[in-house]
Design a binder for this molecule. Sequence first.
Ligand SMILES: C[S@@+](CC[C@H](N)C(=O)[O-])C[C@H]1O[C@@H](n2cnc3c(N)ncnc32)[C@H](O)[C@@H]1O
Length: 206
Amino acid sequence: MATNGSVLTERRTSASDYLKFLHAWIRKPRQTASIVPSSPHLGRLMASQIDPQGGRVMEFGGGMGALTREIIATGLPVDNLEVVEINESFARNLRHNFPGVSIIEAPAQQVLASSAGGAGAYQCVISGLPLLAMSKPLQQAILAEAFRLLRPGGSFIQFTYSPRPPLAEAVADALDLGVDRIGMIVRNVPPATVFRYRRAADIARD
Ligand SMILES: C[S@@+](CC[C@H](N)C(=O)[O-])C[C@H]1O[C@@H](n2cnc3c(N)ncnc32)[C@H](O)[C@@H]1O
């Protein structure tokens, strides 16, 4: 079984994980936004945007760890990964399943003060948050916090169940962000598309 430090990377989503996810969806459907965790295929496409030697990564909305597992499988040192999760029960599971990874139980829009690296220290934010289901002010608060964490050139990677970018255009414009499409994964329930947001100034320099 492959390991990275003390963290197992081969464990897959179990039947009990599916039940916990379904239970969370029943209690808070808008916050959980899916009845099943993401597939390993989707997790791998999201994680492919990370440079394992490139420094700190922040994950938003860890859930049962479907993306966390694939981020660690890239070889990123576990002490370079922090995961934010608002749901207490999910946060407890993440701490149990991913020893060595810092799990921050907080809303993603208010995570900077609890982060280990602080402002401008992160190469990438990997997000499983249900942005499409959120109001524009909440989207803007989350993206603003992500880009406070991200260093120049850093990217915000987000999956969505729509083929269109998940962030309202007005929000992307207000924060001066550009978007490109990384790819689509049909082996996920439901099929999902992955988008990358970057500062418009970084895109212009490419
Ligand atoms: C669609 S699930 C994705 C879970 C997991 N990343 C996956 O891909 O299977 C969304 C997750 O985001 C969490 N979440 C929702 N709003 C949040 C917020 N404002 N801050 C932090 N986590 C949040 C939910 O509790 C849930 O675990």
